[in-house]
Design a protein around this ligand. Structure first.
Ligand SMILES: [Ca+2]
Ligand SMILES: [Ca+2]
Length: 389
């Protein structure tokens, strides 16, 4: 009996072992006809970067009764992320966003028991399911390269005093210029003064310097202070200095000054009626007289009448008034209208009025001496009562 009982026990143990071996899991799946089982896909990206998102697909097979997978069943091995679960039927998608934790060998585990079969068996109840591994790489390195400012120009590099020079401030960046706030206060003029204006052309700034004033010579340049532009990472542009330009002449040769007319005389300033007075119209100009067209029509006699003759002497015009007639007294003058001379730039001269002369006697007094022409005098000679000659 003891032997028979022993045999029964041995057979019973062998039977249990056989059933146990037949029901053991193979890999992540269990080869059996009943129960519910879970599989997990490969990661959607084996090499994500910090901050990236990856996902896994979970598939339930077998006699799937209920699935109650929650984020609490999604275990992150060696990293952190935001978890979410979507999907329907026997499939679920686990999405992991904002991955953090640089390194290799990262994986996801799904705890056992996230589903139950219609007969009440839990999924993968003996073991959790673990994904394949992936690596979280560092995020794209931050931009630490500053925007680069270069000043091109000058254009032109040689000017007269009072003229204009332009420079171009060129801004570049390895990623991109985010802000440019170049203002005239950031532009320093080295060795001269000027009016500044700034025009925008993409990332360039065109700097126009007008009415440049300074000593004759070279080494005139501009400087732009640091920090006039910024990239998206907050890096500021460098300071920069330009190439120099030269001022080659003290004044710009442009003539805006009109010729000047002055009337000198009278000579004499006191006469008898019928006698002669001369004036001289003197024309001058800062650059030079181009033309003088004074004629008797431009000469106005104020308070008397006379015959007018005009003689040329360089830029002077000698105006001879003969047989002057008018009331006894002073305040006899001549006026010359404006515009009787012009310079090369087209500037016309001023009008002018002479100093006065006076007529002191109504007629030339009769010379008590006989009117005999002295020797060497012409036949129509008349003695000057003032001088006796
Ligand atoms: Ca940059
Ligand atoms: Ca002039």
């Amino acid at each position: 009996m003891k032997k028979i009982n022993l045999m029964k026990k041995v057979i019973s143990i062998l039977c249990v072992l056989t059933i146990t071996i037949m029901t053991l899991p193979v890999g992540n799946y269990v080869s059996a006809l009943t129960g519910v089982y879970l599989g997990i896909s490969a990661p959607s990206n084996y090499n994500p970067k910090s901050g990236d998102t990856i996902n896994f697909t979970l598939t339930y097979t077998g006699d799937v009764g209920n699935i109650w997978l929650g984020t609490g069943s999604v275990v992150l091995n060696g990293f952190t992320a935001n978890k979410s679960i979507s999907g329907s039927g026997n499939s679920r998608t686990v999405t992991l966003s904002n991955l953090q934790g640089v390194g290799s060998g990262k994986s996801v585990s799904i705890t056992g028991g996230t589903a139950i079969s219609s007969s009440g068996e839990l999924s993968n109840s003996a073991n959790s399911v673990v994904s394949g591994t992936f690596t979280i790489n560092p995020a794209t390195p931050a931009d630490t390269t500053k925007p680069v400012l270069v000043i091109t120009g000058p254009n032109p590099n040689s000017i007269y005093l009072g003229q204009t020079v332009t420079y171009v401030a060129k801004y570049t960046d390895n990623v991109g210029i985010a802000n440019n706030w170049l203002g005239s206060g950031s532009i320093i003029l080295n060795g001269f003064t000027a009016n500044k204006s700034i025009a925008v052309s993409g990332n360039d700034r065109i700097i126009t310097l007008t009415n440049i004033q300074g000593s004759i010579g070279g080494s005139k340049s501009i400087s732009i202070t640091g920090g006039t532009a910024m990239d998206a990472a907050g890096n500021l542009a460098n300071a920069a200095n330009s190439s120099p330009f030269t001022i080659v002449q003290n004044v710009v040769v442009t003539d805006s000054i009109p010729p000047v007319l002055v009337i000198t005389g009278p000579n004499p300033n006191s006469i008898y009626a019928g006698q002669t007075v001369t004036y001289t119209a003197v024309y001058t100009d800062d650059i030079g007289i181009a033309n003088i067209w004074l004629n008797s029509g431009s000469i106005i006699l104020n308070g008397f009448t006379a015959n007018i003759r005009i003689a040329v002497s360089g830029n002077n015009r000698i105006i001879t008034l003969t047989n002057v007639q008018g009331s006894i007294g002073g305040s006899k003058t001549i006026s010359i209208t404006g515009g009787t001379a012009i310079d090369a730039a087209g500037n016309l001269c001023n009008a002018a009025t002479s100093l006065p002369f006076q007529i002191v006697q109504n007629t030339t007094p009769v010379d008590p001496k006989p009117q005999v022409p002295p020797v060497n005098r012409p036949a129509d000679w008349i003695e000057n009562p003032n001088t006796g000659n």
